[in-house]
Design a protein around this ligand. Structure first.
Ligand code: NAP
Length: 355
């Protein structure tokens, strides 16, 4: 059956690399009820390989391990797989070369890891923001395979808030993040370090917040990407929240715009995932709240399939033009959910084949 045909006889088989980690588990949870995809293989390190998934995984999600994967045998990432689509949630220490090897073997790799994100011919895509950048992958050196990447988990929420404001002209952004513990994977940050505490450093994070948005918001001119020219300064903190990254932004515009114009741009924002009604697409990518106590991780991280960005507290900034607060779920919108959305877009565009 060819893609683009939504009268599925069979679901599309997919593999997860790094299936035992935090993001890998989120993939398992989301895929277990996915209408188009089904889990064909679960891969992880030598430590997990050979065990059943139930034995290998330290399950941290509040829903039970789906029955259909409990007895699946975990494979190494050396295994050759008979499915085109491969989601990668690998630790970045090994993700780079393993993902390249899968692309060389003809797989369509959709990665959450940082390793390939900033390579010139690797699309760094948020479904609602820059689906046209997927074209960059056509110039990758693989025969049939390719690598598509998701941005950093905090970058996704931030860029989704900025994209609707691009027509107003954004000159500069200052962002301070408060990032959840699950963003560090498992076992992540020691409880003695994070309880009753805030850690004002996340290795490599500020550089990602200052560079990735420029690629995502850049203009594709032919086969070349012209990065956006926005000055960004980021400060990142780890806070004792389980899921949900919060960010406080101040923005400087090139011209002037009223708060009503900005709020309307957020509330009306939608993209290809909404147009195509993709299974992982939220009805509304952005929710703006008038209540000055919102957004809050406990109340809003699960909003609209855990895929919405919640924004509140838009107000004048005495240093720049405006400031506001946003929240997004780091493991769903910030990782597995956005990767699924990218895969669904690729199905819709006819890049995925299965029989
Ligand atoms: P994690 O909980 O530490 O999981 C890492 C996964 O990689 C595990 O399945 C682990 O398998 C596997 N792995 C480690 N070494 C391996 C090796 N040598 N060979 C094969 N597999 C190996 O990390 P995570 O939080 O899920 O993050 C996964 C990736 O997504 C990272 O690159 C991270 O930066 C990125 N990311 C994370 C988030 C988030 O919110 N957590 C958001 C966006 C992006 P074993 O269990 O067998 O060791």
């Amino acid at each position: 059956m060819m893609s683009g045909d939504f009268f599925f006889r069979n679901k599309i088989p997919v593999a997860i690399l790094g299936a035992t980690g935090c993001v890998g588990q989120k993939f398992v949870q989301l895929l277990s009820k996915h209408p188009w995809f089904e889990i064909f293989a679960l891969c992880a390190s030598e430590k997990s390989a050979g065990k059943t998934y139930q034995e290998a995984v330290h399950w941290t999600l509040p829903t039970p391990i789906p029955d259909e994967v409990k007895q699946m045998q975990v494979l190494t990432c050396e295994t050759s797989l008979d499915c085109q689509l491969v989601f990668s949630a690998l630790d970045s220490s090994i993700a780079g070369f393993i993902e390249t090897r899968f692309a060389e073997a003809g797989h369509l790799v959709i990665s959450n890891s940082r390793n390939h994100r900033m390579e010139a011919n690797v699309p760094l895509v948020i479904g609602e923001v820059n689906p046209e950048h997927l074209e960059l992958a056509k110039s990758q050196p693989f025969q049939r395979g390719m690598i598509i990447t998701n941005p950093n988990c905090s970058v996704i929420g931030m860029v989704m808030a900025l994209k609707p404001l691009m027509p107003l002209g954004i000159d500069a952004v200052h962002v301070v993040t408060m990032q959840a513990i699950s963003g560090a994977g498992y076992p992540g940050v020691a409880s003695l370090d994070i309880n009753d505490n805030i850690i004002p450093f996340i290795k490599g994070e500020e550089g990602k917040l200052e560079s990735e948005p420029l690629k995502i918001l850049g203009d594709l001119q032919g086969t070349t990407l012209q990065p956006a020219s926005i000055k960004i300064s980021a400060q990142c903190n780890r806070v004792p929240i389980i899921d949900g990254h919060v960010a406080c932004l101040s923005i400087k515009l090139n011209g002037s715009a009223s708060p009503e114009t900005i709020i309307q741009a957020w509330r009306e924002f939608s993209g290809e995932p909404q147009k195509f009604q993709l299974p992982s697409a939220p009805l509304h990518p952005i929710y703006y709240f008038d209540d000055p106590f919102y957004p809050q991780p406990r109340f809003h991280r699960l909003l609209d399939k855990e895929m919405a960005v919640s924004i509140g507290r838009l107000r004048p900034c005495s240093l720049m033009d405006y400031k506001f607060t946003l929240l997004s779920h780091n493991m769903t919108r910030g990782a597995a959910g956005s990767a699924l959305l990218n895969a669904e877009l690729l199905v819709k565009k006819g890049w995925v084949y299965w029989s």
